[in-house]
Design a protein around this ligand. Structure first.
Ligand SMILES: Nc1nc2c(ncn2[C@@H]2O[C@H](COP(=O)(O)OP(=O)(O)O)[C@@H](O)[C@H]2O)c(=O)[nH]1
Ligand SMILES: [Mg+2]
Length: 466
């Protein structure tokens, strides 16, 4: 018989622990590996948070106990209202029964000479001191007296353990909430090379709505230094170049106060064509040195030339060299994308939130759509970091998106999670897909804006004809 927790057992335990969550089980202690000794059990399992103890007996029965509190050696009972004793199998057959704690005060007994011990009396003690192996099993010296602190659910020593404590193995697993949800929180996408190609093609063939005389849509990236703006451009650029490119200098050491405004273009390495949008990279969400409302208006209205050096000491004005005095609609910004580092969302300084709140009316006045690129999601979700296609299953990413949507007053669909290239040597399909998805969304927002603009122009024309 297998003396390890099967997936079916894990699923059942996870449901009993909390049906709304998924759980991860990490092996902490196993008597066939570590020896059956109370001292060893405590040194491996104390202060590890919630654990599940599982026994596999010589009659193919599987049973044990769960506690949401840490094991310790305090010499007394520890209260836990979530603890339960359970049976998973009896004589090799599935027979799942949960026996919940009814007197939480006596949930576990944390004594240095005891192995895992549940309830007063005790309801279920696995062993005490040391137990030596006898042949291929351990004749445990514990006891079963269900019904004291736990509700027995009609079970007793015989129906739970076949009336003996001869076990092939006993394991203790640490239990952690799995960061991944059972279902994706938005419609999942197909993480295939075909989908990647489709997305790439959509972005590569993007053309701004005709009738407005726009060759390239302009997307303004606004964020704090280090948020990942340059890296986002580099990521998109890399996808179309076909290799990891670091054209825009990226790095957390870039702290100079004067930062140049860049309107990056992207060249498709395969068709040698320039794509019909620009990513305009500017900082501006610093607590103290951010762009002021005037600067933002000049940026939105297309007065600021490429490579302009913002200098807090010299405010931007129409007298400055390069200032575009009469910008066309095509020079203006067609979508604003705030770039926020997901790993610091919890600690966004109040002043930065104020800056964003101060800027939004300037954008709303112009009808410019706003989105958020939520970068560095790999830093807030280990599972997504290992496999970016898990992003829509990530509770941490969802929580972060919910928070940002609330703070920004934007719909959740405008908060776009991304993972930029930062240390990778080669392109990765799923990183590409997620970045392309975000870009396609942004381009959709641009199109909405352009449609509205065209509508406005046509209505004006109609009104003047009347
Ligand atoms: N782990 C991780 N690091 C990132 C990501 N995006 C950017 N970075 C790193 O964050 C730092 C700042 O990025 P950068 O693009 O220079 O930020 P900018 O100041 O907004 O242009 C760099 O060290 C990047 O490698 C990401 O998605 N994940
Ligand atoms: Mg930068």
């Amino acid at each position: 018989m297998a003396t390890k927790l099967t997936q079916t057992h894990r699923d059942q335990l996870s449901k009993w622990i909390d049906p709304s969550k998924r759980h991860k089980f990490t092996l902490l202690y196993k008597i066939t590996r570590d020896g059956c000794k109370a001292e060893t059990f405590h040194s491996f399992c104390d202060n590890k948070g919630p654990t599940v103890t599982v026994l596999y007996n010589t009659d193919k029965s599987v049973y044990g106990g769960y506690t949401a509190v840490s094991w310790k050696t305090c010499g007394s009972y520890v209260a836990d209202c979530e603890a339960f004793i359970f049976k998973l199998e009896y004589n090799g057959r599935a027979q799942p029964i949960k026996m919940p704690v009814k007197n939480a005060k006596y949930a576990i007994s944390a004594h240095e000479n005891y192995g895992p011990t549940f309830g007063s009396g005790h309801d279920f003690q696995c062993f005490s001191e040391t137990v030596n192996k006898s042949g291929d099993y351990f004749p445990l010296n514990g006891s079963v007296g269900l019904g004291h602190a736990y509700s027995s659910q009609g079970q007793d020593y015989n129906t739970m353990t076949n009336g003996h404590l001869n076990v092939l193995d006993l394991e203790v697993y640490g239990v952690q909430e799995h960061m991944l949800l059972q279902k994706p929180w938005v419609r999942n996408v197909s993480w295939t090379s075909k989908f990647e190609e489709e997305m790439k093609d959509k972005v590569a063939t993007y053309k701004p709505l005709s009738g407005l005389d726009i060759q390239q849509a302009r997307i303004l990236l606004i964020g704090q230094v280090g948020a990942g703006k340059s890296s986002y451009f580099n990521t998109i650029n890399s996808i179309f170049r076909g290799y990891i490119s670091s054209q825009a200098s990226a790095g957390s050491t870039e702290h100079s106060l004067t930062t140049s405004y860049r309107m990056y273009e992207i060249h498709d390495g395969y068709t040698s064509k320039t794509l019909n949008f620009r990513l305009c990279d500017t900082r501006g969400l610093e607590e103290d040195q951010g762009l002021n409302d005037n600067d933002i208006c000049y940026l939105l209205d297309g007065h600021v030339p490429d490579r302009y050096n913002f200098n807090p000491a010299i405010p931007l004005s129409p007298d400055l060299h390069g200032f575009l005095k009469t910008p066309e609609f095509s020079d203006k910004i067609h979508c604003v994308t705030f770039v926020l580092d997901a790993s610091t969302v919890d600690v966004i300084p109040e002043k930065v939130v104020e800056r964003i709140k101060g800027m939004q009316p300037l954008m709303n006045l112009r009808g410019i759509p706003q989105a958020v690129l939520l970068t560095k999601i790999d830093k807030i979700c280990e599972e997504s970091s290992d496999d970016i296609s898990k992003v829509y299953f990530s509770a941490a990413v969802k929580e972060c998106i919910d928070k940002v949507a609330m703070v920004m007053g934007l719909p959740r669909s405008h908060i776009l999670p991304v993972k930029n290239y930062e240390h990778e040597a080669d392109l990765e399909q799923n990183v590409n897909i997620l970045s392309l998805l975000s870009l396609r969304k942004i381009l959709n927002f641009v199109e909405d804006f352009l449609f509205n603009k065209l509508d406005e122009i046509n209505t004006k024309k109609l009104n003047t004809c009347e």
